[in-house]
Ligand binder design. Structure first.
Ligand code: ADP
Ligand code: MG
Length: 241
């Protein structure tokens, strides 16, 4: 489903990803943890070619991403939910959800709106369809962003710290929506997060990154309860209470 082979990424002289090899299976829920600056965002951004690797290969459903085919493949297969929700402020919730399907995927408007309402139901925001993003709380805006990802019909959804910009009291409502997605067996999720309770609950596998490398991986139990690497232990010691 997603495969990274010897992926390296440099920004100028800064070598931020170092030989990343990683495979994510269809329907798998993968959580990526690690300290700030360790390369988590760059790794997920390489999965949809928001960042193109300096060397190495990225495969989506067996097809190698290239500069030429990335737009087409990513548009149909990979959606992303960011820390900052990136909704269009001058468009309503409904317009935010239907814009890409109508413009890019040529879905008829009525069908796009039907799909939008279906996913608004799933994230619990049907009644906000005609609202503008600024009138919603951060948690609600992020739930709209998740609905938008679902409206793209992509079966791979990348989440980069989706709750990090939220007020503490709205974090759980977003996690709850994500937990609901986990039961969708055909949706592959890659989630960068510091929410260890969530990771423990949903992850099939957790990888720990430090200094541009994957230094440890396993089930949540293996990684959180029995970390073998000193750097993982030190990190978890800091964030697990
Ligand atoms: P994380 O998400 O784990 O905090 P990132 O992948 O965002 O880490 O960043 C890894 C390293 O790459 C950091 O040192 C960061 O400053 C650097 N970096 C990320 N994006 C860019 C960029 N566009 N230009 C230059 N340096 C970058
Ligand atoms: Mg990051």
């Amino acid at each position: 489903m997603i495969k990274l082979v010897n992926v390296n990424k440099s920004f100028g002289d800064l070598h931020v990803l170092k030989d990343i090899n990683l495979q994510v299976g269809e329907g798998e829920k993968l959580v990526i943890i690690g300290p700030s600056g360790s390369g988590k965002s760059t790794t997920v951004r390489c999965m949809n070619f928001l960042e193109e690797p300096t060397s190495g290969e990225v495969y989506i459903n067996g097809v190698q991403l290239t500069h030429k085919n990335k737009t087409e493949i990513v548009r149909s297969s990979v959606a992303m939910v960011f820390q900052q929700f990136n909704l269009y402020p001058h468009k309503t919730v409904l317009e935010n959800l239907t814009l890409a399907p109508i413009k890019l995927q040529k879905v008829p408007k009525a069908e796009a709106e039907e799909l939008a309402y279906k996913y608004l139901d799933i994230v619990g925001l049907r009644e906000k369809a005609k609202n503008y993003p600024a009138t919603l709380s951060g948690g609600q805006q992020q739930r709209v962003a998740i609905a938008r990802a679902l409206c793209s019909r992509a079966k791979i959804i990348l989440f980069d710290e989706p709750t990090s910009a939220l007020d503490p009291e709205t974090v759980q409502e977003v996690l709850d929506v994500m937990i609901r997605l986990v039961s969708e067996k055909n949706i592959t999720m890659v989630v960068v997060t510091h929410e260890m309770g969530f990771a423990r609950q949903v992850a099939d596998r957790v990888i720990f990154m430090d200094d541009g490398r994957i230094i440890e991986e396993g089930t949540p139990e293996q990684l959180f309860d029995h970390p073998t690497e000193e750097r993982t232990k030190a990190f978890l010691g800091k964030i697990l209470r």
